[in-house]
Design a protein around this ligand. Structure first.
Ligand SMILES: [Zn+2]
Ligand SMILES: [Zn+2]
Length: 389
């Protein structure tokens, strides 16, 4: 494995076969579920919110521009008199200085600046400071003290309902686009991943922080994993990884626990907000029947036994490390064709074998279980021969 490849640093503790090994540190922060970032912010009243309230009540940051009469609420609202100041609300007064759009899920920093939650998060991926006044927000980040600005949200809902509906629609359209698992699928360019095999990742680059956050926000919890390709940027075949858990460090880095799901072929390489994306189609093994199926069952059984024998010849300390990371070797399946990706043990052994990424990639692209079993048998035979020399 090319240890100099900086993106490989995303994989936790690679072993000499290039496969990620578990994090030995164990010094992570408490679990943080970033699937619902709004829930991680304090919703109770805070000094910041109070400060904001005072400012708004004084009308200091709501200079009258184009008067917008709220006729629908005027008569019914018993507090109408108190709201006179807001009859002159201009949508541009409620604009986020980062996206130049109406605040969406506004949050206020301890320095008193308000942004859309997602806009601020993207800035904090790069620098833990307020994008406007540069105040250090590291401590506030560590304590997860981004305060949802409830008052601002209520003001927008009450006085700019049409603009808010439009903004919400835009947000939902964006989320729907990010949820598509065929078009513009986010691609992590890092290591080999296989169906059913766990793949822990260390996320520290801003573009991948954003990518993982989006996977959680949309609820897909999935992204593609591909190895690097010197010409195209990333390989033409990859595996979808499903996020099982995300542990976030206080400084925003995180450890993502993922597992391989389905294999795919890349139809189109593209980019989005700094990370790679692809239009993909999923690939499956082609089923065989009759005599070919009977032969496949015999071949499958023989190669399985060979793989188990090879694994048992490894040093016990190495075996323990492998089992700790990848789990025990999956059992032999009675019908090797029952799963569209073939038997799980084949992927497990490919992840464990000391193979370079370039040698592993063709296995991902194969849609013939027979070819995959032949390939594994050749590697195991070669390893036996070199071991006994
Ligand atoms: Zn914004
Ligand atoms: Zn600030």
């Amino acid at each position: 494995m090319d240890q100099e490849n900086c993106e490989d640093q995303n994989v936790i503790n690679c072993d000499n076969s290039g496969r990620p090994l578990p994090n030995q540190e164990g010094n992570l922060d408490e679990n943080v579920d970033i699937s619902s970032p709004v829930e991680t912010v304090a919703e109770k009243e805070t000094p910041q919110n109070n400060k904001r309230q005072a400012e708004v009540a004084a009308g200091s940051d709501l200079p009258p521009k184009i008067a917008k009469m709220d006729e629908s609420n005027e008569e019914e609202d018993p507090n109408a008199e108190n709201c006179l100041a807001f009859d002159c609300v201009d949508p541009s007064d409620m604009e986020c200085s980062l996206c130049m759009r109406l605040f969406y899920e506004p949050v206020t920093t301890p320095c008193g600046h308000t942004f859309c939650l997602r806009c601020l998060e993207r800035c904090l991926d790069h620098n833990p400071e307020c994008p406007l006044c540069k105040e250090d927000l590291l401590e506030c980040l560590a304590m997860k003290k981004l305060c949802k600005t409830v008052l601002m949200e209520e003001l927008i809902a009450k006085y700019l309902p049409e603009e808010l509906a439009e903004r919400k629609k835009l947000y939902e359209e964006e989320m729907a686009e990010f949820s598509n698992l065929n078009k513009n699928v986010p691609i992590f360019v890092c290591t080999m991943a296989y169906p059913t095999v766990p793949c822990p990742l260390h996320i520290f680059e801003p573009c991948y922080r954003l990518m993982v956050r989006r996977c959680m926000e949309t609820g897909t919890r999935q992204f593609g994993m591909c190895i690097r390709d010197p010409v195209k940027g990333f390989a033409d075949y990859g595996c979808i990884l499903e996020i099982r858990n995300v542990e976030v460090f206080t400084d925003g880095r995180s450890v993502v626990d993922s597992i391989g799901k389905r294999r795919f072929k890349v139809l189109r390489h593209s980019k989005c907000d700094g990370y790679n994306t692809a239009d993909i189609e999923y690939i499956e093994d082609k089923k065989v029947h009759g005599d070919a199926s009977e032969y496949l069952t015999i071949l499958h059984s023989a190669v399985y036994d060979q793989a188990r024998t090879w694994f048992n010849t490894l040093k016990s300390s190495l075996r323990v490390r492998i089992i700790h990371h990848f789990g025990p070797m999956p059992a032999k399946e009675p019908d090797p064709q029952v799963n569209p990706d073939g038997p799980a043990w084949c992927w497990w052994i490919l992840a464990v074998l000391p193979l370079e990424n370039k040698a592993q990639l063709p296995f991902l692209a194969m849609t013939s279980l027979k070819a995959r079993l032949y390939g594994i048998r050749s590697i195991l035979t070669f390893l036996f021969l070199t071991q006994t020399k």
